[in-house]
Write a protein that binds this ligand. Structure first.
Ligand SMILES: Nc1ncnc2c1ncn2[C@@H]1O[C@H](COP(=O)(O)OP(=O)(O)OP(=O)(O)O)[C@@H](O)[C@H]1O
Length: 292
């Protein structure tokens, strides 16, 4: 009997998980899976999931949560060949959107059985794994406020974006790329393995999870009203046309900021840093995705 280990985050997305848990039970019954459900607590989840993988030996890990929970799953399977299926029940579900995972719970569950396996790159950022997007500046501050808010959902996130727009701070970055060193002033810099945020904003139109590269998306200082134009451009996948945005593809970079800046990766705060070392980990993890 095939074994599937479910990781369910009861907190993600601010939504009740009763329907999800019922759907899981009927799915495993219909497909004759042996299964185990691990509910995250927010503390020592990675250690617990790693332990369960050793004990239960699942053929696949199914993650019901948002990007933070997906990141825990990725860290748990790093030294294995176990694929990950995502059931998107987070707030923004950036990685699920990037991989075109259906938002319908039952359709997403079906991929455990009928999906295809896709190996994707990861990023190593200051020794931490990043699956989707990391950044410093504007969005990192929003993520910090969002983390501290007991409420979940895109509206809560949007509220903090609006507040932080009034407090943009410019930083100077010295960026060492494999072939050259450059200097840039920016209010935000995104380290993008993927192409878009869970909000649908395409921050990195050339992003690919399988190209062995990532992009530095540098957002220069912009007048307040430009934010709405930038947001529109991002929504239509045209942000690289903006004079306030520069996108550089690379496989590694060392970035030094003139003053400490908040760093977030996959919606989790990694702290305030002055030096950021990033490299691609090519084809480092497998996701089970839709074949269409
Ligand atoms: N039982 C729990 N109670 C409170 N927090 C939890 C619990 N389980 C996990 N967490 C926290 O949930 C966070 C991860 O949430 P996740 O990113 O999956 O959902 P989200 O923030 O709603 O969605 P998204 O990242 O897609 O916007 C982690 O910071 C983790 O510590």
């Amino acid at each position: 009997m095939k074994r599937v280990l479910f990781i369910v985050n009861p907190f993600s997305g601010g939504i009740d998980k009763t329907i999800l848990l019922d759907s899981i039970e009927s799915f495993v019954k219909n497909h004759h899976y042996s299964h185990l459900i691990y509910k995250t607590s927010g503390s020592e989840d990675l250690e617990q999931v790693k332990k369960l993988i050793v004990e239960f030996q699942p053929a696949i890990l199914a993650v019901a949560g948002g990007d933070g929970t997906v990141l825990t799953a990725v860290n748990a399977v790093l030294d294995t060949s176990i694929p990950i299926a995502i059931i998107p029940v987070g707030s923004a579900n950036g990685m699920a959107k990037e991989l075109n995972i259906p938002t319908d719970i039952f359709k997403a569950l079906t991929l455990i059985e009928s999906g295809i396996d896709l190996k994707i790159d990861l990023l190593d950022i200051n020794g931490q794994v990043c699956v989707h997007l990391a950044d410093v500046g504007l969005n990192a501050k929003v993520v910090k406020r969002f983390e501290q808010d007991p409420n979940r959902g895109l509206w809560v996130y949007g509220k903090y974006v609006f507040r932080e727009l009034f407090q943009l701070r410019i930083n100077r970055f010295i960026i060492q790329l494999p072939e050259k060193k450059i200097k840039r002033f920016a209010v935000s810099m995104i380290f993008a393995n993927a192409s878009k945020y869970g909000t649908g904003a395409v921050i990195n139109p050339v992003g690919s999870l399988t190209d062995g590269k990532f992009e530095l998306c540098i957002i220069k200082q912009f007048p307040f009203w430009q934010f709405f134009i930038l947001a529109l451009k991002a929504f239509f996948g045209k942000i690289s046309n903006s004079a306030y945005v520069e996108i550089i593809s690379t496989s590694e970079a060392i970035i030094k900021a003139s003053r400490k800046t908040l760093l977030q990766a996959d919606g989790e705060i990694l702290g305030k840093v002055k030096r950021i070392v990033i490299k691609v980990l090519p084809q480092a993890v497998t996701f089970r995705v839709s074949s269409v």
